[in-house]
Design a protein around this ligand. Structure first.
Ligand code: A2P
Length: 414
């Protein structure tokens, strides 16, 4: 009669608004639509989330990996989560009692095996390549950002084209800002949203290698496309992209990051890179290619194969420099979708045409695959990889699982 009082405790999944960079990865990854957002915060629906953990590994900042023990009846509502600037602290009266602990443990043990579920649901690797260098993340946050000075801002695409893509170089001066290829940074644009809150950070992949856009300098470059329409096609000026594309030399920007600890390049010299990108998704590929170019003289021998899609040649960022790279250094394949008088061609079409050369790379345990660009390309590229593998006697399901497990298949689409 005097046994422990049953306490209905929930281990509530929450997202830290101070670190979250609103990249939407968690919402896209969640298999049961438990994550949503407003103009301010990303939040988790307590009654829907089953703690499957699929969203945790892909989060570039770790903001997603926050949990509070709460009485079920007092679970934080969506409105409460939307209003937060920071996470509430753990209420000690909920987490401390033994009865509460055991109830919480029961709740957790009812969850499916998190690691297994996560690896099944996530399509790419959630671990870095074994030989990747160790990245720094979250050195600068919304609460404690740093600044960088614009030292270059160049339009990459032909003036006559609709795509206005810029190459922006930011210098951190004496502030330490260590980065690796494949990581991203967050830019805090000045001003406020319509609701009167400071704009949240926008995430951009770094386009320069770890030793600087200019070797030996403490600077990074970004590839920024001016957003002039929303996803529905309505004319809208993107807050941060327009701010960045209009910056002048000497302007100072507020930066957070760096972010990302899995989309990283292998460091062993005989590793091969199979890179597939569209538009500004070329940023991490440029960073990796340039790092390998600099390493080449130091004995890096692995192959580089690139599939790069754009509307037209004039809209392909870095076209000139890319074409100047030696053919024995990188095998470059371009796919243009809107060249007048020519049929639409996507990266996956180019991959199929080169199947005879893609297949041996896929079969090689030293190959690392990177996909970055439009969300829509992800299905098409995975389908092409599957077809190429199957046609060459490489069972795709087992190969796919192996690539993911070994940190050799990295997907970043938006
Ligand atoms: P499209 O001409 O059909 O838009 P953007 O310039 O919008 O960033 O796009 C970069 C390139 O990616 C364009 O050539 C675009 O073609 C192409 N693209 C669009 N959807 C897909 C897809 N599902 N798979 C591969 N490429 C795509």
């Amino acid at each position: 009669m005097n046994g422990p009082v049953p306490v209905d405790i929930l281990r509530q999944h929450l997202i830290d608004p101070e670190i979250c960079i609103r990249c939407n990865t968690c919402e896209e990854t969640c298999p049961i639509d438990a994550i949503t957002h407003d103009g301010t915060n990303y939040v988790v629906k307590a009654e829907v989330c089953n703690g499957c953990m699929a969203c945790v590994p892909p989060c570039p900042t770790g903001a997603i990996d926050n949990w509070r023990n709460v009485f079920k009846a007092n679970a934080y509502s969506l409105d409460e989560q939307f209003s937060w600037d920071e996470l509430p602290t753990q209420n000690p009266t909920v987490s401390a009692p033994a009865a509460a602990e055991s109830a919480s443990q029961d709740a957790v043990s009812e969850m499916p095996d998190a690691a297994v579920v996560a690896s099944d649901l996530v399509r790419g690797s959630t671990v870095p390549p074994w030989s990747a260098a160790r990245p720094y993340v979250n050195l600068y946050t919304h609460k404690a950002p740093t600044t960088a000075t614009v030292v270059g801002n160049y339009r990459l695409t032909d003036e006559a084209t609709e795509s206005d893509i810029h190459h922006l170089v930011l210098d951190f001066g004496a502030m330490p800002f260590p980065v690796l290829e494949g990581q991203s940074i967050g830019i805090l644009p000045p001003g406020e949203s319509a609701e009167g809150r400071a704009h949240h950070a926008r995430q951009y992949s770094i386009a320069s290698p770890r030793d600087g856009e200019r070797p030996g300098y403490n600077n990074v470059s970004l590839t920024v496309k001016r957003v002039t329409h929303d996803h529905g096609g309505k004319a809208t000026l993107g807050v941060c992209s327009n701010y960045l594309c209009d910056l002048k030399k000497g302007d100072v920007v507020t930066v957070i990051g760096p972010f990302g600890d899995t989309f990283l390049m292998p460091n062993h010299p005989n590793s091969h890179l199979l890179m597939i990108c569209t538009g500004t998704g070329s940023a991490p590929m440029r960073a990796m290619t340039e790092y390998r170019r600099r390493r080449r003289l130091k004995g890096a021998t692995g192959k580089l194969m690139l599939f790069f899609g754009a509307r037209t040649q004039a809209e392909l960022p870095y076209f000139g420099p890319l074409m100047n790279l030696p053919k024995d250094f990188i095998d470059t394949n371009l796919a243009f979708s809107r060249t007048p008088g020519k049929p639409k061609r996507y990266v996956q079409d180019a991959m199929r045409e080169r199947a005879a050369d893609v297949a041996p790379l896929l079969a090689d345990g030293n190959t690392h695959v990177y996909v970055c660009g439009l969300k829509g390309m992800e299905d098409g590229v995975l389908q092409a990889l599957a077809e190429i593998a199957e046609a060459h006697g490489l069972g795709w399901d087992a190969l796919w699982a192996r690539l993911k497990r070994e940190g050799r298949l990295h997907l970043e689409t938006y």
